[in-house]
Structure formats: C-alpha cells, structure tokens
Design a protein around this ligand. Structure first.
Ligand SMILES: Cc1cc2nc3c(=O)[nH]c(=O)nc-3n(C[C@H](O)[C@H](O)[C@H](O)COP(=O)(O)OP(=O)(O)OC[C@H]3O[C@@H](n4cnc5c(N)ncnc54)[C@H](O)[C@@H]3O)c2cc1C
Length: 469
C-alpha cells in the first residue's frame, strides 16, 4: 500500500535499512535483471562493519603475520623475516578502502540501487523514516522492507568505564600500544591477539572459560598453544576482581587512550597500556520502530509479510558469508513474489562454514559429534593428525593440527568437519560440498586429492575409516 501523498522520489519497490554485505546483497538480488527499484538506507559507510572494521582489515592485518610465521618455520631458509608495521598498516588501510565508501556507492548505482544517507527506522506499514544530516525523509516501499542493521560490540557495564577499545579500534589500529589486555576468548579476541602480538605488542588474554569455547575443546587447546607460541600470555579460567583506569578523554578510533589500565585477575595485577573488550556483539535492532508495525520481539518478524531481516540483525550466525547467503534467498524471494512466481527453495539444514584466521588456522562446518548426538543421529567420528600429510608438512616445519569428520553412520555421509592446521581455510569448502551434496563416503573415495597438497588429509581420513594406516 503506497501513501497517495508520497513523492515518487521517495517510493521504491524495496527498501533495505543497513548497507553492510547482507543489505547490499538483499537489495541487489531483489531487483536484479528487472526495472524494479531499491534503496539502501545507511547511516555510516556503505559496505558495513565487514568492509571497514571487521573481515577485510582483520584479514589484511593477519595475512602478512601468517606469512612471517611460516617463513620463520622453514628451517631458517628465508632470512631475515621481520614485519614492517607501518607498511602493514598502510596495506590494511587500502583493504579498508581508506575508510571511504565511494567505490561501494559506485557499485550500488551501477546495480540500480539508490543510497540514502541517514538513520532508518520503520515508521508504519512499508514506511521508513530516514533521519539524515539534512533533515528527515519519509520513504515508502511498494513490496518489502529489509532489516540489515548488523551488530554493535557488547561491552559489559563493569568494563565500560575503562573506555576500552572495541574491535573497531583493534582492526583500525593506528598506533600499536606497548601492551594490550584482551578480555574475551572468542574468534575476535583470538584473531586480534594474533595480529597485535605480530605487530610487536605484549598481549595478555583474560578468558573467563576456555579459548574458542563454542568449538570442540581440542580446537581451543591448539589455538591456545599457538597463541602462547606467538608470545601471548593466555589466562584461561580467569576471574576479574576489579579494573581501574584514570579518566581518559575521547581519542580517534585505533589510537591508545594514553592512560594505563590495571586489572585484578586471580589475585594478580595486570597492567597494560590499552584494553580491548571482545566479549561478543549484539544485533542492532533496538529502536528500529518495529513496534509501529506490531513487532514486539525482533526475533520474530514472520507475522509481517513485507518485513524481512538478514545478516547479523537476524540473530543467526554472525558471519558475512552466511548473511549474504540469507540475503540472496530473501532477495530472490522478494523478486519472485513481485513477479508472481515460486520463490527459491533451499535444502534443510544448510551447514554453516567458519574459518578462524589464527595460527594454527581453524575451519569448521556442519555438526560436531555432540550436536549430532543431541539430534539423535548415530555417528562415526574419524580423526587424523596433519603430520600424516606430506603436503601439509611441506608448507612449514611446524605444521600441526588435526582433521576430524563426523559421519552419519546410517546414511554413510559427512555431517560435519573440523580442520585445524595450515591453509585449512582453503580446505573447508570441500567438506561443505560433501555435506550439502550428501555425497556417500564410497563416492568420496573417487574424489582423488592431488599430491602433495594438504587436501590429501581427506585420503588419510577415508583410509582411517577403512582401518588402513
Ligand atoms: C573484528 C571482526 C572480524 C570479523 N571477521 C569475519 C570474517 O573473517 N569472516 C566473516 O564471515 N565474518 C567476520 N566477521 C563478522 C562480520 O563482520 C559480520 O557477520 C558482517 O559484517 C555482518 O554483515 P551485516 O550486513 O549483517 O551487518 P554489518 O556489516 O554490521 O552492516 C550493517 C550496516 O547497517 C548500518 N546500520 C545499522 N543501523 C542502521 C540504521 N538504523 N539506519 C541505517 N543504517 C544502519 C551500519 O552502519 C552498517 O553499515 C567479523 C566481525 C568482527 C567484529
């Protein structure tokens, strides 16, 4: 329903609130190949957290450090090996597009998507209010409104007074502090510890439980060992009694605040030049005006047939590729409805892959053995060490890690895979394909891995299943 008084400039077929990777994909797929129109409302930079303060800069920071670690572990052949921090940060800046979204705006325009600057809220049926620097604008969507507002860092109240760094400061680091205490043991904490230590910072991690506790315990153990080998002081099972910091003024993102922090951890005082709180993120769905259309719980939008949520704002796995996958489905669905044809069909239980760019690298997809058991699925678990694979050992002298497959015993297909070791991020897609394709193990026998590559770990796993080796 379009309000009669809406100016044509303010009417679009689809309006997306939030221009991160998920919002961009939803808008693109909703109108692709048609003359229909879409607008993205964005209050910071088009491209979202991922492009400027998350995936892109963090991986740009981590890659040279991984290369240096590898070079140092090649029998002393590559010399000298040193990180040039200034050059590394310059390369990071260029991967973060120098914090300008001009390129993304060009992409949107080419895709036929209008970019509207300002903070968007739902203000009624198919209506979006945009509060921008030049005033307010009321938009109307003929077909659909998509919420793609992402997440913001969740800083516990007890630590907020310390004016800590969040992941934005760590990925946009401009001056490397002498020392850093990281609170948290999840993916962001582990990756940030890796690049900050690689940049020469003395890093202490304060972890309430264990490192990477959402994964199989061996994953956390291997990554903890890798962090310690890189000089990170990892304190697990830690209890913070008190934290102090003299009041500090606001500084630019990525610059240390200039006043040290003191933390009482298990009876010991840890002091550091800066503190990074990486204790999780929260979907940015409060104050979005959802109550104006009868939505009291942002987890539950299904009662409103023109409203969708994609990406981190949908409370699903907080991963760019997952948000983009969801957004492609939602975009296709909106397009199909507009064109009066059947919407996309997706298989049930699409597995979620994830790569953690620590050293050793971690890659996992699908179900763990415990998750399969909780679903009542009978499993066979097979595991081998990476040291059994020549192609992995050739990559670096200290190549270590393991590969584990969780197999559905009755169906003889792969349910899940966990790989820890060198280059496993590039290996995981083979497991994803095997799971989605429900490829029987007997058929996997004929997928011959090239010699000598790390992918030969698949052969070792299948041999172990047959009791060979
Ligand atoms: C340090 C770090 C590293 C990461 N590394 C990886 C990785 O390697 N791989 C991976 O898959 N994932 C990674 N992630 C997760 C990934 O960044 C997110 O899953 C991804 O950015 C989610 O995309 P999104 O489009 O849902 O939201 P975002 O990228 O958060 O984009 C949301 C956009 O909405 C805008 N917005 C919010 N509210 C409004 C409003 N009311 N009006 C207008 N605009 C609004 C925001 O400004 C933002 O641009 C990482 C996260 C962090 C913090």
């Amino acid at each position: 329903m379009v309000a009669d008084d809406a100016s044509p400039d303010n009417v679009f077929d689809v309006i997306v609130i939030g221009g991160g990777p998920a919002g961009e994909n939803a808008a693109q797929y909703a109108i692709a190949g048609s003359a229909r129109t879409a607008a993205i409302v964005e209050h910071e930079l088009l491209g979202g957290e991922c492009s400027y303060w998350a995936c892109m800069p963090s991986k740009a920071l981590l890659r040279p450090i991984e290369v240096a670690h590898t070079a140092r572990n090649l029998s002393g052949i590559v010399k000298p090996v040193a990180i040039d921090a200034a050059e590394l940060l310059r390369r990071r800046d260029s991967w973060a597009a120098h914090y300008s979204d001009a390129g993304q705006v060009r992409w949107a325009e080419k895709a036929g998507i209008s970019v509207i600057r300002g903070r968007g809220t739902v203000s009624g049926e198919r209506q979006v209010r945009v509060a921008g620097s030049d005033g307010e604008r009321m938009l109307v969507a003929r077909e659909a409104v998509v919420i793609a507002t992402g997440t913001t860092a969740a800083v516990p109240a007890a630590l907020a007074d310390l004016q800590p760094w969040t992941s934005r400061d760590a990925t946009a680091v401009k001056e490397v502090p002498e020392s850093l205490v990281i609170v948290g043991g999840g993916v962001v904490a582990c990756e940030a510890a890796t690049w900050m230590a690689g940049l020469g910072c003395a890093v202490t991690m304060v972890v309430r439980g264990t490192v990477l506790s959402n994964f199989d315990p061996e994953v956390g153990e291997r990554v903890t060992a890798g962090l310690r080998a890189a000089g990170v002081d990892v304190r697990t099972g830690a209890t913070v009694a008190a934290s102090r910091r003299d009041p500090v003024g606001a500084t630019e993102v990525g610059r240390p605040r200039g006043t040290p922090v003191a933390m009482e951890v298990d009876g010991e005082t840890i002091t550091a030049a800066e503190i990074l709180v990486a204790t999780g993120r929260r979907p940015a769905v409060n104050d979005l005006g959802l109550e104006t259309v009868g939505v009291d719980d942002p987890h539950e939008l299904s009662g409103v047939d023109w409203l969708y949520a994609v990406g981190d704002a949908s409370f699903g796995p907080e991963l760019t590729h997952w948000g983009k996958y969801q957004a492609r489905l939602v975009g296709d669905e909106i397009a199909a409805r507009a064109e009066g044809r059947a919407g996309p069909s997706a298989p049930r239980d699409v597995p979620v892959p994830q790569v953690i760019f620590t050293d050793p690298e971690v890659a996992a997809v699908g179900l763990t053995a415990d998750q399969a058991r909780e679903r009542g699925i009978g499993t066979t678990v097979v595991e081998v060490e990476f040291s059994s694979v020549a192609g992995a050992m050739l990559l670096r002298d200290d190549a270590a890690g393991f590969a584990r497959l969780v197999i559905d015993t009755a169906r003889n297909t792969v349910l899940g895979a966990t790989f820890v070791g060198p280059s496993v991020g590039e290996l995981i897609h083979s497991a994803t394909v095997a799971i989605v394709g429900r490829v029987p193990i007997d058929v996997l026998w004929h997928a011959v891995p090239s010699y000598p590559t790390a992918a030969e770990v698949w052969l070792r796993l299948l041999e172990k299943l047959r009791g060979i080796g």
